[in-house]
Design a binder for this molecule. Structure first.
Ligand code: FPP
Length: 238
């Protein structure tokens, strides 16, 4: 576990990449990589709980992922339902509150029902908030935010002269959460892939070559340790 408790990030966001490659190197179907990825999710949630991280956002299914082969999309949705159903008692026991961001109504009805059930059943927990980004796209979120702001202006709830960074943030899916302090991406790719484009403006990035199913608690601790050594300046000169 990282030694300097004072440098624990309040909010960690993760781009869980490399499930497909993990399966391919083992001669397995891609879904086996996603199943192994779900195990890594469990380990990561546990690690964040131990570190007293307050928010963990996981990029579980992007708006672009709908373009994958139908079979893979179907299997991913089933895996999500299974994960939520099986892990709800554990989330409750570990005091984890589940939340979700994205265009959730795009998900199959069954997935939506299970998701809302777990959200309701964990609503009273006050430990880690686990946020799943599902059918999520950063550009779509910004468009949805603009539409929401325009509606508020039309209804006379706000004057357009009042629009600033803080107000716009209140019209995003993430309005209830602070911006991430640390972004972790696995599998060595150096890109954001349309994830939390607005919210990651001043986030520290940590990229590891490890594929997501191989990412362990120890790897999360290493990322947090590295975060502790960073100097955050937010564009200001000291
Ligand atoms: C990226 O790997 C991963 C995904 C698109 C899905 C993430 C899903 C999980 C980790 C499992 C289920 C999650 C939950 C919350 C139950 P990739 O398929 O793009 O890998 P590749 O780049 O190697 O092909």
């Amino acid at each position: 576990m990282p030694s300097a408790a004072k440098t624990i990030p309040c909010h960690i966001a993760i781009i869980m990449d490399g499930n497909g490659r993990w399966a391919k190197t083992r001669g397995l179907p891609r879904i086996k990589g996603h199943e192994a990825g779900a195990q890594a999710v469990r380990e990561c949630v546990e690690a964040c709980g131990e570190l007293k991280v307050e928010y963990l956002t996981l990029y579980a299914f992007s708006a672009e992922n709908w373009q994958r082969p139908k079979r893979e999309v179907f299997s991913l949705m089933r895996l999500l339902e299974k994960f939520l159903k099986e892990k709800t008692p554990e989330l409750i026991e570990k005091n984890v509150r589940l939340q979700a961001i994205g265009r959730l109504t795009d998900l199959p009805k069954r997935s939506q029902q299970q998701l809302h059930k777990t959200i309701e059943q964990t609503a009273g927990n006050n430990g880690l908030t686990l946020i799943l980004a599902l059918s999520y796209g950063g550009r779509l979120e910004i468009i949805d935010g603009i539409k929401s702001l325009l509606r508020a202006v039309e209804l006379g709830h706000i004057d357009k002269a009042m629009i600033d960074v803080e107000m716009f943030s209140k019209h995003l899916y993430t309005r209830y959460y602070p911006d991430p302090d640390l972004l972790i991406r696995t599998s060595g790719e150096m890109r954001l892939s349309n994830f939390l484009l607005w919210q990651l403006s001043y986030t520290e990035m940590y990229v590891t070559p490890k594929l997501w199913p191989d990412f362990t608690k120890k790897d999360l601790f290493a990322a947090v340790e590295e975060f502790g050594s960073r100097q955050r300046r937010y564009g200001v000169v000291e």
